[in-house]
Design a binder for this molecule. Structure first.
Ligand SMILES: O=P(O)(O)OC[C@H]1O[C@H](OP(=O)(O)OP(=O)(O)O)[C@H](O)[C@@H]1O
Ligand SMILES: O=c1cc[nH]c(=O)[nH]1
Ligand SMILES: [Mg+2]
Length: 212
């Protein structure tokens, strides 16, 4: 598995504001939206394109367009929904599938409560959106869903990742030969006893949508 930590002053600036405990929910939503667009720029570097020609007002020129079928974008509910608009803004032809997953706060195991994905993902490029990669249980399960349906490669865009989560993904998919990438704004220090990323930004879902 490949991990890319996007090193860019605008990314660092927006992430710092996201971490700030004083950042209110409307501002948090806007920052998450802006940040995913910056991360998506790097995450889509390998998006498949097809050579085409285009008529400019002057001549015929060579160019590219996104290869069809377009990539599949999969936000992991709830918190991943806060990244969907920012992603589809730069990839407007993408299709969107949904996975509803929640981590049991006592066992830290992920449970799936909703699945709405195309049955056949053969040959598809997939982008998973989830702000937090903590123990990695949620992302590993999501990536497995996609490969089980035939996805060609999977790129996860996470606002923050913990070393424990990256290690879990590495171990889970080592030797499978599956092309997986994680693109993140920062690799934080560690998880605390409750499985929260430190220094982190708290509970991303709660900060986006409130405590339920
Ligand atoms: O790497 P893990 O240890 O599995 O934890 C990460 C998961 O936890 C959070 O979701 P949460 O379960 O809080 O659900 P929510 O989005 O509904 O708040 C987060 O958005 C990830 O999906
Ligand atoms: O730090 C964390 C860990 C899991 N989920 C979150 O929302 N935040
Ligand atoms: Mg949550």
């Amino acid at each position: 598995m490949k991990t890319l930590v996007v090193d860019h002053p605008l990314v660092a600036h927006k992430l710092t504001a996201l971490r700030d405990v004083r950042t209110d929910s409307p501002t948090f939503r806007r920052l998450a939206d802006e940040l995913v667009t910056l991360l998506a720029y790097e995450a889509t570097r390998d998006v498949r394109v097809t050579d085409v020609t285009v008529e400019t007002p002057l001549v015929t020129a060579r160019g590219v367009r996104l290869t069809r079928p377009a990539p599949l974008v999969v936000p992991i509910l709830r918190a991943g929904l806060g990244m969907l608009d920012g992603m589809t803004r730069i990839l407007p032809t993408a299709e969107v599938g949904f996975l509803g997953m929640i981590r049991d706060e006592s066992t830290l195991k992920a449970q799936t409560y909703a699945t709405r994905l195309p049955e056949d993902l053969s040959g598809r490029q997939c982008y998973v959106l989830d702000p937090m990669l903590a123990t990695g249980g949620t992302l590993a399960a999501a990536v497995r869903f996609l490969f089980d349906r035939g996805a060609q490669d999977v790129t996860a865009i996470c606002l923050l990742a913990a070393p424990e989560g990256i290690a879990h993904m590495d171990e889970t998919f080592r030797g499978t030969g599956k092309p997986i990438r994680v693109v993140t704004a920062a690799l934080d220090e560690r998880l605390n006893e409750q499985g929260y990323i430190v220094p982190g930004l708290g509970d991303a879902g709660d900060r986006l949508y409130g405590v339920v």
